[in-house]
Design a binder for this molecule. Sequence first.
Ligand SMILES: C=C1C[C@]23C[C@@]1(O)CC[C@H]2[C@@]12CC[C@H](O)[C@@](C)(C(=O)O1)[C@H]2[C@@H]3C(=O)O
Ligand SMILES: O=C(O)CCC(=O)C(=O)O
Ligand SMILES: [Fe+2]
Length: 326
Amino acid sequence: MVVLASPPAADHIPLLRSPDPGDYFSGMPVIDLCSPGAPRAIADACERFGFFKLVNHGVATDAMDRLESEAVTFFSQPQADKDRSGPAYPFGYGSKRIGLNGDMGWLEYLLLAVDDSASLSGAVPSGSAFRRALNEYIGAVRKVAVRVMEAMAEGLGIAPLDALSKMVTAAGSDQVFRVNHYPPCAALQGLGCSATGFGEHTDPQLVSVLRSNGTSGLQIALQDGGQWVSVPSDRDALFVNVGDSLQVLTNGRFKSVKHRVVANSLKSRVSLIYFGGPPLTQRIAPLPQLLGEGEQSLYTEFTWSEYKKAAYKSRLGDNRLAQFQK
Ligand SMILES: C=C1C[C@]23C[C@@]1(O)CC[C@H]2[C@@]12CC[C@H](O)[C@@](C)(C(=O)O1)[C@H]2[C@@H]3C(=O)O
Ligand SMILES: O=C(O)CCC(=O)C(=O)O
Ligand SMILES: [Fe+2]
């Protein structure tokens, strides 16, 4: 990462080299969720990259567009009105500060809790068009997450089919939804550097399912060598990434992918992300069906509650799994 002297508009926000066209990820797995080969292709992508693009996913374009448009309306309000939906922790509106330990990014966001029936609590008024759009989209994207996790189990050759997905459908599962808005960072235009939108990190949960408005900025680190590549944006597709807990459940077979967002100098980016986490009491350890003869767990055992607590004490870029590695 290049950290340069910050211009006034991006005070305290680390700068990154601006992506160039050669950074585009040419090997991106694109998976049709309805194709017969999807389970194997999904498992393969999770083993190689911890990341893939999902098409033919079944979430209605209307539902995605409605939520995007409501989010844009929300973020267009005067700052004082948005602040009334804050603070971000535990849930609500936040700006620039990410987490509680000093991380900063060129973004504003809503962090929301999803309940068992895929509807929201807090921050966005119930009965509002925004809340309706959120509930509709979250209901649909959660179903996609469940189908993807069933396909993962099938692709890994393990039974039952819901061995993974039941952790996000169980009563008390810890699901989070996030709406991120990265305004254009015009002050940096032409300087060859960009503001960090969302600094490099892995997601602590099992899976994350992301949809963006078609503005680029998301980058992933390739597993071999850690080179950063830009994910070509596609507003009709969903992007799925493996989180730390799924890496542990598969004893390292699936890779929790490091990713980040580079703010665009010209266009704003809006992203909608569903994070599928298990109930707080869920034990996170390799599934016995996946351990070969004599194969030991690579990790000391923990519960999701323990992992989450440790994660929220860490900085964004920390390797959170390191303390649980044997
Ligand atoms: C710096 C932090 C922000 C984060 C909590 C943490 O302490 C470390 C993990 C971060 C992350 C990344 C994925 C999701 O965006 C998120 C909501 C999560 O569950 O873990 C964020 C946390 C956050 O923004 O509060
Ligand atoms: O906003 C994005 O595109 C990705 C953000 C992200 O990785 C996160 O919120 O965990
Ligand atoms: Fe993330």
